[in-house]
Design a protein around this ligand. Structure first.
Ligand SMILES: [Zn+2]
Length: 104
């Protein structure tokens, strides 16, 4: 997989299911729990940039975590503002695609 991953056909935050529903151009539909996506945040506060080791501890992510704001970063990524006010993570389509394949 490369950064040329096509953007999702649709991406919704399902508040009732506490998950994102992502429909990919090839038909793959994935539900990614908010907590899982929050934990997979790729920013420098959550992952050590040099070692690649995750700094974020799972227990520090609230169970009721949810996105408060979704935005696009160019045409290659999703920017999520979380209810714990964390907002520095940029989720590229490539990353979301890999997460999607991990949960199905
Ligand atoms: Zn982060």
């Amino acid at each position: 997989m490369t950064d040329s991953t096509l953007p999702p056909k649709s991406l919704k935050a399902l508040k009732d299911a506490n998950a994102f529903e992502i429909v990919w151009p090839d038909g793959l539909v994935a539900r990614l729990p908010f907590k899982f996506v929050r934990y997979e945040c790729p920013c420098a506060q959550c992952i050590d940039e040099i070692t690649g080791v995750r700094i974020l501890r799972p227990e520090s992510v609230p169970d009721d975590i949810s996105p408060t704001e979704l935005g696009y970063s160019g045409n290659y990524a999703l920017k999520i503002v979380w209810s714990d006010r964390h907002s520095s993570g940029i989720y590229t389509w490539d990353r979301l695609r890999r997460l999607s394949e991990a949960v199905i």
